[in-house]
Design a protein around this ligand. Structure first.
Ligand code: PHE
Length: 342
């Protein structure tokens, strides 16, 4: 009986592995071995005539045989279900599952847009270092060490000995560029800036600015206004209006804060209800002014001969206004649900 079981086992497993992955063929084999009158079923029926002392052993062997044949046939059946039935075909024209494609980050997108606007006005785009010296971040811009205005540009220091810091604005690139170049020129400088501000919906310790600088003979405040008006209309639509509020920056004189009419209520609403401007009707987008003669002197330009204007805008601010975003942190959290919308 044991020999019989062994040879049935060999034969059955050989057949099960040789059978094609075809439903009818696998079913036939299953009936042959495991059906009501199948070979293995018959073996169980013979158990009655097996002597009692070897019955448990023989029973165990038949059980093992049954399990291994069942498993071999099940594996074959699994193959069938992944194959096509006869007459079926794969429609190769069906759309596939598209891979996710990355997108341009809304900040990069806004910077690109600002750059190309200024390029169309004749500006050059360049960049400067994010790790700066006290000299370029402050002194060269007429912000002396003990000057209270230095507090406005609160700073992350990288090294006190080397006087190295993370730049708190893009203005240091003004001085770097002027040291190496002669007027006339018009440049814009996009880049990251850093300030140790507590993070909330409208503050981030890292954000982006685009600096602008135009220097030449006879550059006037009206040139600054005209340039920024062209920028505001291209960026926020022909209806966008602009206003200059007197302000102070050590590196420009006179200085102004530049506002655009609220993109939500168009500046018409004087109601407290406008969620964007709080009823003020205006939104601040940048600082600007005529370059302070002291800045020209520091880089060896003759302030009697050349004049110029400068501006510095917050890129997040502009993107927030353009896209109606309510929280600056969304830009830096890398949540694809947010990023996918751009
Ligand atoms: N650097 C100033 C700031 O970060 C902005 C500015 C740039 C103002 C150029 C005037 C001229 O607040």
């Amino acid at each position: 009986m044991k020999d019989q079981i062994r040879s049935i086992s060999e034969e059955a497993l050989k057949e099960a592995s040789a059978v094609p992955a075809d439903k009818d063929a696998v079913d036939a084999l299953r009936i042959k071995y495991l059906g009501r009158k199948g070979i293995i079923t018959e073996l169980f029926k013979q158990m009655g005539s097996v002597p009692a002392e070897v019955r448990p052993e023989v029973g165990g062997l038949i059980n093992t045989l049954k399990e291994s044949v069942t498993r071999a046939l099940d594996e074959k059946s699994a193959l069938i279900s992944t194959c096509l039935e006869e007459g079926e075909a794969v429609d190769v024209t069906l759309p596939g599952i598209p891979g996710r494609i990355g997108r341009i980050h809304p900040i990069t997108k806004t910077i690109n847009e600002i750059n190309s606007l200024f390029i169309s006005l004749g500006f050059r785009v360049l960049e400067g270092p994010e790790i700066e010296t006290e000299h370029y971040n402050f002194e060269a811009l007429n912000i002396p060490l003990e000057h209270p205005s230095r507090d406005a540009f609160d700073t992350f220091y990288v090294s006190f000995e080397k006087k190295a810091l993370l730049r708190s604005h893009t203005s240091p690139v003004q001085a770097r560029f002027m040291e190496k170049n002669k007027p006339p020129f018009a440049i814009v400088v996009p880049g990251r800036v850093f300030r140790p501000d507590a993070t909330d919906a409208s503050h981030s310790f890292m954000f982006h600015q685009v600096e602008g600088l135009v220097v030449g003979e006879g550059i006037k405040f009206s040139d600054l206004k005209g340039t920024l008006a062209a920028f505001a209309q291209a960026m926020f639509g022909a209806k966008a209006r602009m206003r200059f509020r007197p302000s102070f920056f050590p590196f420009t004189e006179p200085s102004a804060e530049v506002d655009i009419s609220c993109i939500v209520c168009s500046g018409k609403s004087r109601e407290k209800r406008c969620s964007m401007c709080g009823g003020k009707g205006w939104l601040e987008i940048m600082g600007a002014g005529m370059v302070n003669p002291k800045v020209f002197e520091a880089v060896g330009y003759d302030p009697e001969k050349v004049t110029g204007f400068a501006f510095g805008m917050g890129v997040e601010r502009i993107a927030i206004l353009k896209y109606g975003i309510t929280d600056i942190r969304l830009f830096f959290e890398n949540d694809v649900r947010f990023l996918r919308q751009f």
